[in-house]
Design a protein around this ligand. Structure first.
Ligand SMILES: [Zn+2]
Length: 258
C-alpha cells in the first residue's frame, strides 16, 4: 500500500513530511510528490479552464459553467502560477475530484495506491436534501482531497463567536481579540494545529480507501465526523487516538502487511 501526497496551493506552511511520517507509522509506504497539476498535466491553461468551470457563484445552484469567461480563466492561471491568491473562491469538490481522477495515468490507479491531495482551495459539495452547497474539509474518494481552508470554514464555530461578532461591526481589531479569546474552541487560518488536524482527515481518507468506511460515532475517535469546530478539536486532540474498534481494524491491516 502506497500513499502519494500532493500539495496543491497549500497556502499554509505545512510540514507534509510530518504527515507522511505519521501515515508511515500506521503501516503505509508514503511519498510526498509536490504539485498534482504540475505532475499530471502538460497544460496549465487546460487546468485553469477546468478550474474556472468548477467555480460556484450561487450556493443554491449546482455548477453548470460550460464556457467560463476569459477573465476567470486568466485569474485561475495567475493563481496556478502563484501570482494571485485563491482566497474567496468556492469550487465544486466533486468536479475537482473527477477532473483530478481524469488526469491520473492508468498505471497510477490501483487499490494499492492512494492519492491524497492537500489544497488550500475552498471546496463545497451540493446537498440535494437542502439544495445548497456546503463547505467541506475532505472529499473522500479517488483521489482524496483535503482542504485546509475547509478545515477552518466547514465545521461551524461556536455559537458565541457568531453572536458576539455581530456586535462588532467592522471593528477588525475587536474581531481579532474575540478570536484570540476563543482560540481553544476553533481553528483559524494560519493555525499551527492544522497540521495535526490534517492527520485525522488523512486517516478518514485511508479508512475509506481500505474499508469503505470513513466515519465514527465516537466523539474522541479521529474518524468522528465533526460538524462543529469544538467537536473537531476534541476528536483530533484528545485520547485515545482511535476508538477500540477502529484501532483494531488498523492494527489487523498492519499485521497482514508484514
Ligand atoms: Zn472510531
Amino acid at each position: 500500500m502506497e500513499i502519494f501526497i500532493y500539495e496543491e496551493l497549500s497556502g499554509e506552511e505545512l510540514d507534509l513530511s510530518d504527515l507522511a511520517g505519521y501515515l508511515e507509522e500506521k503501516g503505509a509506504r508514503v511519498e510526498v510528490r509536490g504539485g498534482f497539476f504540475s505532475r499530471f498535466s502538460h497544460s496549465l491553461e487546460d487546468v485553469a479552464k477546468a478550474l474556472a468551470k468548477m467555480r460556484i457563484f450561487d450556493p443554491a445552484n449546482p455548477v453548470v459553467q460550460e464556457e467560463p469567461l476569459y477573465g476567470e480563466i486568466k485569474y485561475e492561471q495567475r493563481v496556478l502560477a502563484g501570482k494571485a491568491k485563491a482566497g474567496g473562491v468556492l469550487y465544486d469538490g466533486f468536479a475537482l475530484q473527477s477532473y483530478m481522477h481524469s488526469l491520473l495515468p492508468r498505471r497510477e490507479i490501483s487499490l494499492e495506491k492512494l492519492h491524497l491531495v492537500i489544497t488550500s482551495r475552498l471546496l463545497a459539495t451540493y446537498d440535494t436534501d437542502d439544495r445548497r452547497y456546503h463547505a467541506r474539509a475532505v472529499i473522500l474518494g479517488y483521489p482524496a482531497i483535503i482542504s485546509t481552508s475547509g478545515i477552518v470554514e466547514a465545521p461551524a464555530k461556536p455559537q458565541e463567536f457568531y453572536l458576539q461578532r455581530r456586535l462588532l461591526g467592522e471593528d477588525t481589531l475587536a474581531e481579532a481579540q474575540l478570536k484570540q479569546k476563543l482560540r481553544q474552541k476553533f481553528i483559524d487560518y494560519g493555525d499551527t494545529r492544522i497540521g495535526e488536524v490534517l492527520k485525522g482527515y488523512a486517516l478518514q481518507a485511508l479508512f475509506y480507501h481500505l474499508f469503505g468506511e470513513a466515519f465514527c460515532e465516537e466523539k474522541r475517535c479521529r474518524l468522528y465526523n465533526a460538524h462543529w469546530q469544538e467537536e473537531l478539536i476534541e476528536a483530533q486532540f484528545s485520547e485515545p487516538e482511535l476508538c477500540p474498534r477502529h484501532e483494531a481494524m488498523l492494527k489487523q491491516w498492519k499485521e497482514k502487511r508484514k
